[in-house]
Ligand binder design. Sequence first.
Ligand code: CTP
Length: 405
Amino acid sequence: MPDDLLGGKRVLLGVTGGIAAYKACELVRELRKLGAEVQVVMTPAAKQFVAPLTFEALSERPVLTDLFHPETGSRATVHIDAARWAQVVVVAPATYDFVGKMAAGLADDALSTLVAAANVPVILCPAMNKEMYVNPAFQANLRTLRDRGVLVVDPESGELACGEEGIGRLASKERILDAVKRVLLGHDALKGVRVLVTAGPTEEPLDPVRVLTNRSSGKMGYALAEAALWAGADVTLVTGRTQLRSADGVERVEVRTSAEMAEAVRRRWEDVDVLIMAAAVSDYRPRRTADQKIKKKGDQGLVLELEQTEDILGWAGEHKGERTLVGFAVETENELANGRQKLQSKNLDLIVINNPRHEGAGFDVDTNRVFLLDRDGRVDAWPVLPKIEVARRLVARVAALHRGQ
Ligand code: CTP
């Protein structure tokens, strides 16, 4: 199922003249994949690095490069037309020169004029040599722009195009996309609300090299953390071991065992308004963890003695206060009856039930099919949806519940 998250949204991508300009090509592709319309605007220097034709092919639109000989539209108003069209302006890479020009309020080419005329959020993604980046003049310019409300996606450290090591590499496309999504999908349904999401599997050690775990990928919980961020929440993600990257702006707390997860939740409890317990917490753990690697015992086999772990959500239900609690349940039969029972026994406001045996649901896939059950007995059955879409809808529902609607 295609992820049409930015379907129909209009992104103006400014490309300025640095080596990282080639990375902007990838950014256009990713934005297009998410369904966005992308209008590329290049400075004259950017054309020294990448040909406009490349961007034209990737964006499926003529590239704007010249204020007075525009590829489309009227010469007199092309900068205004493009600025009004855009819902967000992203400049990636943004050079030392461009940032300086913007801070000084200068406008002498298509991109700088357009940015001056734009009345929408502007995201700057600086990329340059490390000495240029730390130059006090540049830092002062960046501060000026931040103070004016410009969003900055900070560069990263690593090997630079000039061969030196240090800060100045263009932020990864994932981080730039995080910023774009936050602007375009942002709302304030959970503004100021402190949301704690748990995600991923837990690991219960048997010995120094072996663990008992499960097949949870963490995708649903990570999507929820991101969707809560878009809703304006302060988000903490307590995560078991996964391969996933959490969105910029999410506070990430890594744990391994169910006991560590329980401790992480308890420690933050006074600062939690909403708990979304999407983690696949192990119900059992070995009663003893061997100090040394357990050796083969031949034909007599190996019996592991397990004990129950603490029910984190159960604890949360007992200490609920004014908080909103959301649980997940994996059920392979009698979904609604079992879900209802869990909702009551754990004192939840909402339970999200999925059956991994249904097509499009379950572990390690990008879609999910869920039922929702709330305290008032309302049942919602959603179709198969991308997990991020399930997350967005769920966050909207949780926000309404939290407001008492
Ligand atoms: N959960 C938890 N702590 C545990 C086990 C589960 O907080 N030790 C949470 C999960 O994160 C999930 C919810 O409880 O949100 C439901 O988990 P599930 O394992 O399906 O329910 P159980 O009550 O453990 O029932 P059973 O395993 O018998 O179906």
